[in-house]
Design a protein around this ligand. Structure first.
Ligand code: SF4
Length: 368
């Protein structure tokens, strides 16, 4: 297949689902790690054409959702400072902090701007040498190379009024945390194809072996997701636990080595807190010592902020696959995209937003 619409072909999708039905002999729980895959599943009703033995568990792979409340509050505090231009991708603006969001800061006169690339923020800093320009650098391995490049470029051009508030998270340590959680039910993973496009398969074979869990690298179109599920079910039924690349049109074993070099120069691995989940050892990147002067958290001294999460929001359970969004009592009532209590209802990749936008208001009846 060469064209996008071929990966959305309904007849082929049904044939793949029939194939999965033929293979499966007992219940299996498979986690799609990435929020983009969650949206593909809910938007296309993939979970509804699968045999009842297959349960899809939605994973924590939404960068907006897992950015810790503390970092959101730091962003809000920095953005509210006079003389600052705070730059972010658009979906971070409505993520609730402890008492307000970045939109409110903007409405109160803060200079909060939506940019489409971290390099836009560097250019803004060059154009406004009298201001401090801060870029909100969040996300998984996918977005990190462009952010690393922006810091590198700022250093090269001597742009001293540019800094980044960094909250980057890494997928493999999160998979290990899920597998060692006391309530874990996940038996196989669909790994996020775009993360592997950058990092290759690095880290995944060791996870598959350690936890005896199949990991299938999967894309984002309906047929990609179904093919990932088919391969995962085949392994589960055969008692195998390997890494398989079902997204070979984008992902190579070694990934993007130029991007990896840039990441290694600018960032270093650190422990990282995940919103709703807690701190996962070695699951994040922070600026390396040589680039620490570009760290906005240090430059603006916002380390000691106290946070207050909504007591009603259960997004931590949603992000760990322990609760479906429509099983949360606030879903669709006190919590909607217009009145979000948690980031999972705000983000374009959030599981609660997917359930809301595609009309999944009722929890599925339990299977026998
Ligand atoms: S529906 Fe709203 S309150 Fe419930 S978990 Fe999702 S974001 Fe939180």
């Amino acid at each position: 297949m060469r064209y996008l619409d071929e990966f959305r072909d309904g007849d082929l999708a049904r044939r793949l689902a029939d194939d999965i039905t033929r293979i499966v002999t007992r219940p299996w729980a498979i986690m799609e790690v990435c929020g983009g895959q969650t949206h593909a599943i809910i938007r296309n009703g993939i979970d509804q054409i699968l045999p009842p033995e297959i349960e899809l568990i939605h994973g924590p792979g939404c960068p907006v959702c897992v950015t810790p409340l503390e970092v959101i509050d730091q962003a809000i505090a920095i953005a509210a400072r006079p003389g600052v231009i705070f730059c972010s991708f658009g979906d971070m603006l409505r993520v609730p902090g402890s008492s307000r969001d970045l939109f409110q800061v903007k409405s109160e006169g803060g200079d909060v701007r939506v940019v489409y690339s971290p390099l836009d923020a560097v250019r803004l800093a060059q154009a406004h040498p009298e201001r401090e320009v801060v870029f909100f650098a969040i996300g998984f391995e996918t977005t990190a190379p462009a952010n690393a490049m922006a810091v590198h470029v700022a250093r090269q051009h001597g742009v001293r009024n540019f800094s980044m508030l960094v909250s980057h998270v890494l997928v493999p340590p999160a998979i290990a945390a899920i597998m060692t959680a006391p309530r874990n039910r996940v038996q196989a993973f669909l790994a996020a194809g775009h993360v592997c496009a950058v990092m290759g398969l690095r880290g995944y074979p060791a996870l598959a072996e350690r936890f005896h869990v199949p990991i299938v690298v999967t894309g984002f179109e309906p047929l990609d997701v179904l093919e990932g599920i088919r391969r995962a079910v085949r392994q589960l039924e055969a008692g195998e636990a390997r890494v398989e690349n079902a997204y070979a049109r984008v992902v190579t074993d070694e990934g993007n080595t130029a991007a990896q070099r840039m990441l290694a120069e600018v960032f270093e691995v650190s422990d990282r807190a995940w919103r709703g989940i807690g701190t996962i050892p070695g699951s994040g990147w922070r600026l390396a010592d040589a680039y620490r002067e570009f760290d906005a958290a240090i430059r603006f001294d916002v380390g000691g902020i106290r946070t207050a999460e909504s007591p009603l929001c259960r997004s931590g359970e949603v992000l760990q696959g322990a609760l479906k969004p429509n099983e949360c009592p606030a879903f669709g009532t006190t919590c909607t995209p217009r009145t979000p209590l948690g980031a999972t209802m705000v983000s374009g990749e959030g599981a609660c937003a997917a359930y809301y936008h595609y009309g999944r208001f009722r929890a599925a009846a339990p299977t026998a």
